[in-house]
Design a protein around this ligand. Sequence first.
Ligand code: TV1
Ligand code: CA
Ligand code: ZN
Length: 403
Amino acid sequence: EYNIVRPKGYTVSYHANPDMEKHHFGQTHPMKPWRLTLTKSLVCSYGMPFAMDNYVTRAATYEELNAFHANDYLDYLGTAPAEDQPRDNDNNNTTSNSAGVQGEVRFNLGGSDCPLFHGLYDYCSMSGGCSLDAARKICNKQSDIAISWGGGLHHAKKSEASGFCYINDIVLAILQLLRCYPRVLYIDIDVHHGDGVEEAFFSTDRVMTVSFHKYAPEIFFPGTGGLEDNGPKSEHNPGAHHAINVPLNDGITDEQYEHLFQSVIGKVNEHFRPSVIALQCGADSLAGDRLGRFNLQVQGHGACVAFCKKLGLPMIIFGGGGYTPRNVARAWAYETSIAIDCQDKIDPVIPTHAPWREHFHHDGALFPTLEQILGEPRANRNTQKRLGEIVQHVHEQLRFVSH
Ligand code: TV1
Ligand code: CA
Ligand code: ZN
């Protein structure tokens, strides 16, 4: 029935842990791990698993997480009680209470962005496990493209949770890649700045990080990632010039974004000459996202994946943000089809047998139009002049980088 076949000459692997999807950040929290179920369901209804190696991944071990994260942070993450669970209320024993509160402040846990929910440690170690598994398949050359939609949690720091992220699975995966490849190019198309990954590799010239994001300090999270922020200023630091930031305004379109992405990544590829790519595909850069501000469509978002694939390097594809689940599933299913080279064969109308089919209203379109998504598109605040200046600045930065 399906005409989806394995791509010739290379292998794509899909790494997922279905237990991740059962976790809940809380009723009103924008992060819905359930979007991974919707994505997998769409990928399956197109028959794509036939064309990939499919792995149910194990959770990362404490030691594996410890490759980046500090012991005291991991220990706290492993023992912190879920918020709706009563704390140890043993009278006279206020120490465990205050230790708990202090830990939460110190590690930025338990607020509205990074709540302590049931099974938090399991959820985090499963996300880490997905991306580490993907990295290992790339390292031992069993896969040419490895997909980890359960990863992409780019804000987590060594000892701190941030912006819905607790464990930085991307940093863990890149550390793994660095064991087998000389240079890693990290690209981040989530609408937010990939600050955690940038910071982790601030002082090495073996990793170049490039993030495209909405930039409006004070107003939009996390507030970092200005055009002039290119890594440590010190001449003696090898990481200087190895962070590239592409700050954008509301409403950017497919056409502008694709052009920008190709000019920036094309030049980065020439100068940095990466041996492997780590691509974070946060789907909150799509039009109609609950937290996002851009006007990207599934096609434009996917074009970034297609462009990276054409560079012909081994690649890990991560998930990330994405807060309108039906659009997340559309984008990530389409991008899975690009990885296995069947994007021209998949039906632009979502198969009627697909479970959850009712979630994809607009007649089940895989590529809804901006009008279908938004009614009225968001005003585009990106001028051609400004985008030109950004490309110019990036090209100037890259003169300092040659491998
Ligand atoms: C609970 C319930 C939490 C409703 C959080 C939007 C909520 C947000 C909520 C929210 C929300 C943010 C901040 C302000 C920092 C805070 C996975 C000073 C309707 C990768 C993380 C965004 C994005 C964090 C993560 C941001 C990712 N925006 N409703 N929280 N404080 N936090 O602005 O990059 O996509 O919004
Ligand atoms: Ca980004
Ligand atoms: Zn985001």
